[in-house]
Design a protein around this ligand. Structure first.
Ligand code: BGC
Ligand code: BGC
Length: 814
C-alpha cells in the first residue's frame, strides 16, 4: 500500500467506528508526558526477582497474575491455585464473618491466606499474597474506621497537605486490618454530573486532580524512596481508573469516552503523571472504552503510553471482571487483556477458569512468556517494596489505630474545610444560645452522610449502630449548641412543640455507587421532594431555615434554595458530623467561630439539564461557577431563583416502574381483563400503593411497558428488580414476575418465595441475571415489569424499581 492509500484506509476504518482519524483509539505515545517513576527498580531487588522467576513454575507465575474475591475462595484453594492476590469487593465480608465486621476478622482472614501462601511445599516458591480493598474514603469497609469525606468534598477544600494526611491515616487503618493495598485514589475528572461516580472524583478541573494525585499516593504509600514498607503503616495505592472513566458519553458508568487523544491527555490523564512520580505502585485499568475500544484491551494505552512513555514501573490491575468486556473474552478467559498489558486480572469469581485457560494459552504460545515474566516481575517488585516478605506487621490488629482521635480530628478538619456556603441571608452563623430544631431525613443518619462505598458497596442498609466512633450531623450540632447553653431538638419530620429560633434541615441524596448512581437529570428528586415541603412548612411558620445538603454531585435545587435562608453544600462528609457544627454554630451571641473555607470544585447547575457544565467549555452558564463559595467575611446575596427545571424529569426515568399506584412516565401500565385494580395506602403514603386482585379462575398479567432499554450494564452490575409489596390473599395458582423483550417474556416463579398474607409490607429482590438466565434479551427490554397470576390472588404493590441493593435477593428454581 502507498502512504496515501494507507491514510485513506485508516480514515475509512475510523469512520466505521464513528470517529475522525484524529480520534482513532490507538494512542500516540510521543504526545503524552514523559515521566520518571518514583518507584525506581532497585538493582539488588531486581536480582532477587530474577532468581525467583527462575525457580517458579508456569502455574506459579500465572497464579501471581490473578486476583480472586474473598467471597469465592478459601485459603486451602491456594494449594491448587497459587494466586498472587485476594480482594474484598465492596460488599464482601471477611472469611466466615458477618457483612459488617471490625478489624479482628479481617486480620484473621489475611493471616489464614498468608499462612497457606507461605507454606513450604514441594515445587512451591512461597510468595506473600497482596490483599486489596476499596479503602476510598478511609478504610470504609471495616467497622470502626474513620470515614473521611468523599473526594468531591476534598476537592472543595483545595488543600493537598490535608489530602496527604488523610492518605496516611487511611493507610494506617488499612494496615491495622492487615490489608496491604487500597484501591484508590480515583483520579477521574468527571465531565458529566449524571455519572454515579462523580463524587469519587476530586473535581471537574484537571488542575485540581493534578494537585491532589501525588499527595494522596504519598499519603498512602509514604514518600517515594523512603522505607515505605507496610510495617511503618503504609499500603500500596491503586490509581484508577485508567483511563477516561470520567468522560463517558451521557455519564454512563463503564460507557464509551468519545474524545480526541488531546482531550484524553489534557483532561483525563491529568493526575497520572504526578501519581507515577510519587511512586504509585499500581494502576487500575478502567471499565470504559476509548472511542469504542475497551481499556482492558488497549495495548497502546496500557503498555505504550502508561508503561513505556509514562515510565510506570508498578503493575496494572484489572477492574472487577473488566477483562470479560474485551471482545472475544470471558471472565475466565482473556489472553487479549494480558497481551495488552494487564498484569493482574481482577477475576472475582472466574479465577479458577482464568487460571487454567491462561496456563494453557501460554503453553500454546498465545501469550508470550516474556509478557508473563514482565507481569510477574512488576507484581513481585511491588511485593518487595511493600515489605510483604517480612512477616512482622506491627500495626495489624491494633484496635487503637481504628477511628483514633488523631484520625478523627483530620476527618473533622476535612469536613470543616469542604463545606461550601451557597447562600446566606444572615441566618448563619447560628447563635450558640439559640433554640435549634434539627430536621430532615439525614439529620441523624451516619449512613446517609457517608454515602456509597461505606460498609457495603452501594452504602445501603447502614444504621448508626454500625459506626461506633462516629458522630451524626445532629449530634455534632447538639454538642456545640448545648455547650453554649442553647438547645438542639432532633425532629426528622420537622414537627415541634415549642417554636424554635431556627431550623437546620439536613437532606440530600440517598447512598449509591457504580451504575446505580447514574441519573438522567440533575434535578434533586430524592424522597419525593419531602425536604422541599418541610422547608416550606417551616418558613410558613415563620422559622428561618438553614439547609445542609448532602450529595455526591452538584444538583439542581433552585426550589430548595428559594426556601432556605442559608444553604450549605456538605457533600458526603463521612463519620465526623461535628465538623458541620464547627462552622455553622457561632458564639453565644452569634459571631462566627470558624469561617467557611470550601469553594466549588464542580460547577453548580442553573437547570436540571446542564449535565456537562464544565468551566472553560463554550456556553458556560452555571448558577454558581467553579470556585464559588461565600464566607462570613465576604458574604453575598442570592436572589430568588427560577423554579422551572428546564427539563422533563419524568421523561428521563429509567429505573422506577411502579410508584404511587401508577407507572411513572415514560412507562405505561396495562392490566389483563379480569384483574381488579384499586388504590390503597402504602406503609408511608396515602393511596400510595396499587392493589391488584385476580378473581378465582382468572389468569393474566399486569404489565409495565415502554420503549426498549438496554440493560446489559445493569445485568453486569448485578442489579436487581426490587418490589415492595403486601400479599392480601395468598395465591391459589402460579404467580410469576416477568420481564419482556420484543414479545418474549422471561418469567421467574414466585410461589414459595413471596411472603404470606400477613398484612405486612415486604421487599422482594430478584437479580436481573435471573431473568437473563431464563432467556431474556437484555439489550432490548420493553416490558420493565410484569406480574402474572392464575387463580385467586390479591397483592398491593407500593413500588417496583431497579436497585443495586442485593440483600436477600432470590433467584428461585422453576
Ligand atoms: C470498581 C472499582 C473497585 C473494584 C473492586 C469495581 O467495580 O470499579 O473502583 O476498586 O470494583 O471493588
Ligand atoms: C462488589 C463491588 C464491585 C461490583 C462490580 C459488587 O458485588 O461488591 O466491589 O465493584 O460488584 O460490579
Amino acid at each position: 500500500m502507498t502512504r496515501k492509500t494507507k491514510l485513506f484506509v485508516a480514515s475509512l476504518l475510523a469512520c466505521a467506528i464513528g470517529t475522525s482519524p484524529a480520534q482513532a483509539q490507538v494512542a500516540h505515545p510521543a504526545q503524552w508526558p514523559a515521566v520518571t517513576s518514583g518507584l525506581r527498580p532497585d538493582p539488588a531487588v531486581e536480582q532477587q526477582i530474577t532468581a525467583m522467576l527462575a525457580r517458579m513454575s508456569l502455574e506459579e507465575k500465572i497464579g501471581q497474575m490473578i486476583q480472586a474475591d474473598l467471597s469465592t475462595i478459601r485459603p486451602e484453594d491456594l494449594r491448587r491455585y497459587p494466586l498472587g492476590s485476594i480482594l474484598a469487593g465492596g460488599s464482601t465480608p471477611p472469611l466466615d464473618a458477618p457483612d459488617r465486621s471490625p478489624i479482628g476478622p479481617w486480620v484473621g482472614t489475611a493471616r489464614a491466606f498468608r499462612a497457606v501462601a507461605m507454606e513450604a511445599r514441594p515445587g512451591h516458591v512461597p510468595i506473600p499474597l497482596i490483599f486489596g480493598i476499596d479503602a476510598v474514603h478511609g478504610n470504609n469497609n471495616v467497622v470502626g474506621a474513620t470515614l473521611f469525606p468523599h473526594n468531591i468534598a476534598l476537592g472543595a477544600a483545595h488543600d493537598p497537605d490535608l489530602v496527604r494526611r488523610i492518605g496516611q491515616a487511611t493507610a494506617q487503618e488499612t494496615a491495622a486490618a492487615d490489608i496491604d493495598w487500597a484501591f484508590g485514589p480515583t483520579l477521574a475528572v468527571p465531565q458529566n454530573d449524571r455519572w454515579g461516580r462523580t463524587y469519587e472524583g476530586y473535581s471537574e478541573r484537571p488542575e485540581i486532580v493534578r494537585a491532589y494525585a501525588g499527595a494522596m499516593v504519598e499519603g498512602l504509600q509514604g514518600a517515594p524512596g523512603a522505607d515505605n514498607r507496610i510495617q511503618t503503616g503504609h499500603v500500596a495505592a491503586s490509581v484508577k481508573h485508567f483511563l477516561g472513566d470520567g468522560g463517558t458519553s451521557d455519564g454512563i458508568d463503564q460507557g464509551n469516552t468519545q474524545v480526541p487523544e488531546s482531550e484524553l491527555i489534557a483532561i483525563h490523564n491529568a493526575g497520572y503523571p504526578n501519581a507515577i512520580r510519587a511512586g504509585a505502585m499500581t494502576v487500575m485499568a478502567s471499565f470504559n472504552s476509548w472511542n469504542g475500544q475497551k481499556m482492558h484491551g488497549n495495548r497502546s494505552l496500557l503498555t505504550d503510553v502508561l508503561k513505556q512513555r509514562m515510565g510506570f514501573t508498578g503493575f496494572v490491575v484489572g477492574d472487577w471482571n473488566g477483562h470479560a468486556q474485551v471482545p472475544g473474552c470471558a471472565k475466565d478467559d482473556c489472553p487479549a487483556s494480558f497481551n495488552a498489558g494487564l498484569d493482574m486480572a481482577m477475576a472475582p469469581d472466574g479465577w479458577k477458569g482464568l487460571f487454567d485457560n491462561t496456563v494453557r494459552e501460554v503453553r500454546a504460545g498465545q501469550i508470550p512468556m516474556a509478557r508473563v515474566d514482565d507481569a510477574v516481575r512488576r507484581i513481585l517488585r511491588v511485593k518487595f517494596r511493600l515489605g510483604l516478605f517480612d512477616p512482622a506487621r506491627p500495626l495489624a490488629d491494633d484496635a487503637r489505630v481504628m477511628g483514633s482521635p488523631e484520625h478523627r480530628a483530620i476527618a473533622r478538619e476535612a469536613v470543616r474545610k469542604s463545606l461550601v456556603l451557597l447562600k446566606n441571608d444572615g441566618v448563619l452563623p447560628l447563635r450558640a444560645k439559640a433554640r435549634v430544631l434539627v430536621a430532615g431525613p439525614a439529620a441523624d443518619d451516619i449512613g446517609l452522610q457517608s454515602g456509597g462505598w461505606t460498609l457495603s458497596w452501594q452504602g445501603e442498609g447502614n444504621t448508626n449502630a454500625d459506626f461506633p466512633h462516629a458522630q451524626s450531623i445532629y449530634a455534632g450540632l447538639a454538642e456545640a449548641v448545648q455547650a453554649a447553653g442553647g438547645t438542639a431538638t432532633l425532629s426528622p419530620d420537622g414537627r415541634f412543640t415549642q417554636k424554635p429560633d431556627v431550623a437546620v434541615v439536613v437532606f440530600g441524596e440517598t447512598p449509591y455507587a457504580e451504575g446505580v448512581g447514574d441519573v438522567k437529570t440533575l434535578e434533586f428528586q430524592s424522597g419525593d421532594k419531602q425536604a422541599l415541603a418541610l422547608l416550606k412548612r417551616l418558613r410558613a411558620a415563620g422559622i428561618p431555615t438553614v439547609s445542609v445538603f448532602l450529595s455526591g454531585r452538584p444538583l439542581w435545587v433552585n426550589p430548595e434554595l428559594n426556601q432556605s435562608d442559608a444553604f450549605v453544600a456538605a457533600w458526603l462528609p463521612g463519620s465526623e458530623g461535628g465538623g458541620v457544627a464547627d462552622v455553622l454554630v457561632g458564639t453565644a451571641d452569634g459571631k462566627p467561630r470558624t469561617d467557611f473555607h470550601g469553594t466549588l470544585s464542580f460547577s453548580w447547575p442553573k437547570t436540571a439539564g446542564q449535565f456537562t457544565l464544565n468551566q472553560g467549555k463554550p456556553g458556560y452558564d452555571p448558577l454558581f461557577p467553579l470556585g464559588y463559595g461565600l464566607t462570613y467575611a465576604k458574604g453575598g446575596r442570592v436572589g430568588r431563583l427560577d423554579e422551572a427545571p428546564g427539563l422533563d424529569a419524568g421523561a428521563a426515568n429509567t429505573t422506577l416502574f411502579l410508584s404511587r399506584a401508577a407507572a411513572p412516565a415514560p412507562f405505561r401500565l396495562s392490566l389483563a381483563p379480569g384483574i381488579a385494580a384499586s388504590k390503597v395506602d402504602s406503609a408511608t403514603i396515602q393511596e400510595g400503593a396499587l392493589r391488584l386482585a385476580w378473581a378465582p379462575g382468572q389468569g393474566g398479567a399486569a404489565r409495565v411497558t415502554g420503549a426498549p432499554l438496554n440493560w446489559m450494564r445493569e445485568v453486569n452490575a448485578q442489579m436487581v428488580m426490587q418490589v415492595t409489596y403486601r400479599v392480601d390473599q395468598a395465591p391459589q395458582g402460579p404467580v410469576a414476575l416477568e420481564l419482556g423483550a420484543q414479545g418474549k417474556t422471561a418469567s421467574v416463579p414466585l410461589n414459595g418465595v413471596i411472603a404470606p398474607a400477613d398484612g405486612q409490607w415486604h421487599t422482594l429482590r430478584v437479580p436481573l441475571s435471573c431473568f437473563a438466565a431464563r432467556g431474556l434479551q437484555v439489550d432490548k427490554i420493553d416490558q420493565v415489569f410484569g406480574l402474572a397470576a392464575h387463580g385467586g390472588f390479591a397483592i398491593a404493590l407500593a413500588e417496583a424499581r431497579l436497585s443495586g441493593d442485593p440483600s436477600g435477593q432470590v433467584c428461585p428454581k422453576d
